[in-house]
Ligand binder design. Structure first.
Ligand code: MD6
Ligand code: FE
Length: 212
């Protein structure tokens, strides 16, 4: 059975090749939440240090063949979790299928994610404007899934000084972007106090990429 067969997503193109799929992750919400808990038990969330010596405000972990890590040497993808020295947990089927279907809805038909970065934000946590440029192939999109409490996503332009637009993201929303917008600046504004019935006072974001 294909869970996604009869779903007509509420789809909005918010910028060139940036698609907002409202509530799309709710199609398989339960499986996502159960699989998330399993990943967190195998590869605990942790803050990562940047090259500049600051800790990230969100805590992070990964699943899939490759995981995004940062330490005093800088950012990169690695097949091993530096904390457990084991491979990252396998990407659950629920995650992989959701990412592939979302990419397809946005016109990216051959997305094969091998990396999923999981960020957990508590109230007040944020992510500064940045680019995602550690991947090898920029023709592949990024699929970004939001769960838990709401946040405001800032989407800027190709230059850091371009004024960002603000996009509210809530439980179940997905943003898919690629093409012309793949290298745009973006970030998350400090989270407002809130509580999600199942996930508590946290936001989780999964970003799926083809990293290798
Ligand atoms: C977040 N997201 O939503 C942070 N990066 O918590 C990202 O940094 C991001 O949502 C690349 C593509 C989509 C994203
Ligand atoms: Fe990013």
């Amino acid at each position: 059975m294909d869970l996604f067969e009869n779903i007509q997503p509420n789809k909005l193109e918010i910028d060139k090749e940036v698609y907002f799929l409202s509530g799309y992750a709710l199609t398989n919400e339960k499986a996502l939440m159960i699989d998330l808990q399993e990943i967190l038990s195998q590869a605990p969330l942790r803050r990562m240090m940047t090259k500049m010596g600051f800790y990230t405000s969100a805590t992070m972990t990964n699943c899939g063949q490759l995981g995004w890590i940062s330490d005093s040497k800088g950012y990169r993808y690695d097949a091993l979790d530096p904390q457990t020295l084991k491979a990252w947990p396998k990407m659950p089927v629920s995650f992989f299928q959701l990412a592939q279907h979302a990419a397809l809805e946005a016109g990216f038909g051959d997305f094969e994610p091998d990396a999923c970065l999981i960020n957990q934000y508590k109230v007040g946590a944020s992510m500064g404007l940045h680019l995602d440029k550690n991947e090898l192939d920029f023709t592949q999109p990024i699929v970004s899934v939001s769960l838990g409490i709401s946040a405001i996503f800032q989407l800027g332009g190709l230059s850091r000084s371009d004024k960002p637009i603000k996009i509210p993201l809530t439980h179940g929303d997905i943003v898919v972007w690629g093409g012309e917008s793949r290298l745009k600046y973006h970030g998350i504004m400090p989270l407002k106090p809130n509580n999600h019935a199942v996930l508590g006072p946290y936001r989780y974001n999964f970003t799926f990429r083809k990293a290798g």
